[in-house]
Write a protein that binds this ligand. Structure first.
Ligand SMILES: Cc1ncc(COP(=O)(O)O)c(C=O)c1O
Length: 350
């Protein structure tokens, strides 16, 4: 792992701070107190359950510097709650808010000084948990590891004209009653075929449709999506049990209302979205997620019923994506301590 020098991070997730936090759970004993250690390798038995039955979940959040130079976190309790929900779904032990937030504090006290300063950058924190017990047999494990690692990251920019191009995936990400609404590691593994499809069609990522009817927009592999209509309203797919409830998504719904936008959670049929994009009824689209933030989605690309490739463009009113830009600034200003935090979402850690 690297480095004290990773102050100018280039690529997301490519370099890490020198420390990590670790805790171990054993049935009957509970969790050990999280401890800070040097970033190190894990020692696991070949039969460790995570390798075979996939009990692995994670979270992602970003520490940022405010103008006073303090290191802050945005709605970290929401990450704690989502990790518990993921744990319950995969029959793993839960972690209290207190333990989760203390573990984050421990790591930030040690490595928080490596939080980059530039606007939009931050120290990406990755809390995760996996099954440690060594056995073969299909049942939940009885011992687990919880850890947090940290990776300095620059602001995310798309390499293509500042906007994202999304490919409408052929494969499904999550089915009703499955694990789509939690951060189970397996969800990501199963989205890689769609990622490859996207690359093949010169798109950045895939946008998934519902698994049952292949009709309604759900989300991309690691971000929620929103669409801006000509009348100024903003629509995002409702949380239907197979979409991850993004903390950024929830925050944008509130912030958008604060700014006077009509924010709606409504099913969006893909055919309607293509038609509305072509007719100018939908003027903008944008991503919503911790790692990417709010980035304009400039194009959706799909294979039509006739086998032909169809592209719809969302260029914003004057090709400058005014709504995505305004919301992005509002969210970033709040997260970076440059705007009033009237919802009490930002807390100082170091
Ligand atoms: C599948 C998926 N959807 C949406 C999101 C956005 O969630 P958040 O805004 O909490 O980062 C993420 C990122 O964690 C994700 O992995």
């Amino acid at each position: 792992m690297t480095t004290e020098k990773s102050k100018t991070p280039v690529k997301f997730g490519a370099s890490f701070t020198p420390h990590m936090v670790c805790s171990r759970y054993e049935e009957g004993k509970g969790w050990t107190s999280p401890e800070i250690t040097d970033a190190k390798t894990f020692s696991l038995m070949p039969a460790a359950a995570v390798f075979h039955y996939g009990q692995a979940i994670f979270e992602g959040l970003k520490a940022r510097r405010n103008p006073q130079g303090e290191v802050t976190l945005f709605r970290a309790e929401q990450n704690a709650a989502r990790l518990r929900k993921s744990a319950r779904r995969l029959v793993m032990p839960e972690i209290s808010d207190e333990m989760f937030l203390n573990a984050l504090r421990l790591l930030l006290e040690k490595d928080g000084h490596l939080t980059p300063e530039a606007s939009g950058s931050g120290l990406y924190l990755r809390p995760y948990m996996f099954a440690e017990e060594a056995f073969l047999g299909v049942r939940p494990a009885d011992s687990y590891i919880f850890a947090i690692i940290a990776s300095p990251m620059a602001a995310y920019f798309s390499d293509d004209n500042g906007f994202l191009k999304l490919w409408i995936a052929d494969s499904a990400r999550a089915a009703p009653g499955g694990t789509g609404d939690v951060k189970a590691a397996g969800n990501y593994a199963s989205s890689f075929t769609a990622q490859l499809e996207a690359k093949k069609h010169h798109c950045h990522q895939s946008l998934f449709l519902d698994a049952k009817e292949k009709k309604y927009i759900e989300e991309a592999g690691a971000m929620n999506v929103m669409f801006v209509k000509k009348d100024g309203s903003i629509v995002t797919p409702p949380l239907n049990g197979s979409i991850l409830p993004g903390i950024t998504r929830d925050s944008i719904l509130t912030l958008g209302r604060d700014l006077g936008f009509e924010m709606k959670e409504e099913p969006l049929a893909i055919d309607d979205v293509f038609a509305a994009g072509h007719s100018g009824e939908i003027v903008e689209a944008f991503s919503s997620g911790t790692a990417v933030g709010i980035l304009p989605i400039g194009e959706l690309v799909r294979k039509g019923a006739d086998g032909q490739i169809e592209t719809v463009h969302f260029k914003g009113a004057d090709q400058s994506f005014p709504v995505a830009t305004r919301l992005s600034k509002a969210l970033l200003d709040l997260q970076e301590g440059k705007a009033e935090d009237k919802h009490g979402w930002v807390k100082t850690y170091v």
